[in-house]
Design a protein around this ligand. Structure first.
Ligand SMILES: *Cc1c(COP(=O)(O)O)cnc(C)c1O
Length: 397
């Protein structure tokens, strides 16, 4: 195998096609899928050298695999990170990035508005192992500062948040983390790797559900952790090897294909989302529209500072509460009802009764998850067709 092909001089479009490519002796053009679990050695000495880290090479696909390694290298080049480790799902990445670096007695602070499973890890799982956690309103810097304790080890946030799309000032939270000697982990799924660069804003670790825009076509689960070599070596490397949430080589290959078209798909979907958001504001039966790319977003100044794309998600409130939102959802013909996002198909979800149904009403209110609120993930269809579908459905409300 030739060493991975990557150049720091390439533009992002080129990196996403060629970055990290490992070509075998057969000279395949597209990346090969290595579906083998193990690897053979030329000699007992070579096996010994591999295990002692004296010789580079693969040992076992739970540790690393050529197709998965290509995906990791390409993602590291895209994110501008020193190192990357892929996982079987986005939650595998979030779990490993957080749990691998804490021990009982440590303290974690997280923005309250989190993807449901992320919130479960922080609120339910960590305290079971003696890791204290505090949830704060991520948009309120005073709450972040007030939550810091001497034993605070990790700060965790997502921005834009799910599902209400509020924005957290990553640079400001990174400054709080630095002063506390804590590690800032950012779940960058909603912003996408093209729309926001947490490492440049001072974050220490970035995690993605690759299931979303990186695959981008609703086919495979996957996740990835991006950080410094030191962080990956100290915390993530052994944790992943010995607990086993490895990405399958087939999924890594699908993700590699997804990355090849990322710069064609995601900015296009963001532009469509902006057009849809602008149209929604004009509709009488829609009482509130939230889109990070619009000037009327409550944290528009933060969007201008840290996001180069408005994202593919639009939140809005349909008149008539839950009944109105359900009638609207059921009358859609092109946009499908699904809790997934970052797909080529436009998908709509009603967070209050699906992804966030377990939260107390009081918590839903705090997060802006009102009975009429829906979240639209804008796909690759034309803005005109999506807007026509929305108008048809609004007529049913
Ligand atoms: C989907 C998602 C996850 C979890 O990813 P999976 O691939 O479904 O495990 C985590 N965080 C955010 C923000 C997500 O949208």
């Amino acid at each position: 195998m030739k060493p991975p092909q990557t150049s720091p001089h390439w533009t992002i479009d080129t990196t996403l096609v060629h970055g990290g490519t490992l070509r075998s002796q057969f000279g395949e053009t597209s990346e090969a899928i290595f579906t083998n679990s193990g690897f053979v050695y030329d000699s007992a000495e070579q096996a010994e050298a591999r295990f002692k880290d004296e010789e580079e090479g693969f040992i076992y696909s739970r540790f690393s695999n050529p197709t998965v390694a290509m995906f990791e290298q390409r993602m590291a080049a895209l994110e501008g990170a020193e190192a990357a480790r892929a996982t079987a799902s986005g939650m595998g990445a979030v779990h490993a990035a957080l749990i691998s670096q804490v021990t009982s007695g440590d303290h974690v602070v997280a923005g309250r508005a989190l993807f449901g499973s992320c919130r479960w890890i922080v609120e339910q799982l960590m305290p079971r192992y003696g890791v204290a956690t505090t949830l704060v309103d991520g948009t309120n810097m005073d709450e972040w500062k007030a939550a810091i304790r001497p034993e605070t080890k990790v700060l965790f946030l997502e921005s834009p948040t799910n599902p209400a799309l509020s924005l957290i000032d990553i640079e400001a939270v990174a400054a709080v983390a630095k002063e506390a000697g804590a590690c800032l982990v950012v779940d960058n799924v909603f912003a996408t790797p093209l729309g926001q660069k947490p490492l440049e804003l001072g974050a220490d670790v970035v995690v993605y559900s690759a299931t979303k825009h990186i695959d981008g076509q609703g086919r495979c689960l996957g996740g990835i952790i991006l950080a410094s070599n030191a962080f990956i070596e100290e915390y993530v490397h052994d944790f992943l090897r010995h607990t086993g949430p490895a990405m399958s080589p087939f999924n890594a290959w699908v993700m590699l294909k997804g990355l090849e078209t990322l710069t064609l798909r995601v900015p296009h979907q963001c532009a469509t989302a902006a057009t849809v958001a602008d149209a929604l504001v004009e509709r009488d039966k829609i009482t509130r529209v939230i889109y990070p790319g619009r000037d009327d977003h409550p944290e528009a100044a933060i969007a201008r500072k840290q996001m180069s794309l408005g994202g593919t998600l639009v939140g809005f409130e349909v008149d008539g509460g839950k009944a109105g939102a359900f009638r609207f959802s059921n009358a859609l013909q092109l946009v499908r009802i699904s809790n997934n996002l970052g797909d080529s198909r436009s998908l709509l979800t009603h967070p209050a009764t699906t992804t966030h149904h377990k939260l107390h009403e009081r918590e839903k209110d705090k997060l802006g998850i009102t009975p009429g609120f829906v979240r639209l993930s804008v796909g690759l269809e034309s803005a005109a067709d999506i807007i026509a579908d929305i108008d048809r459905a609004l007529a049913a409300v």
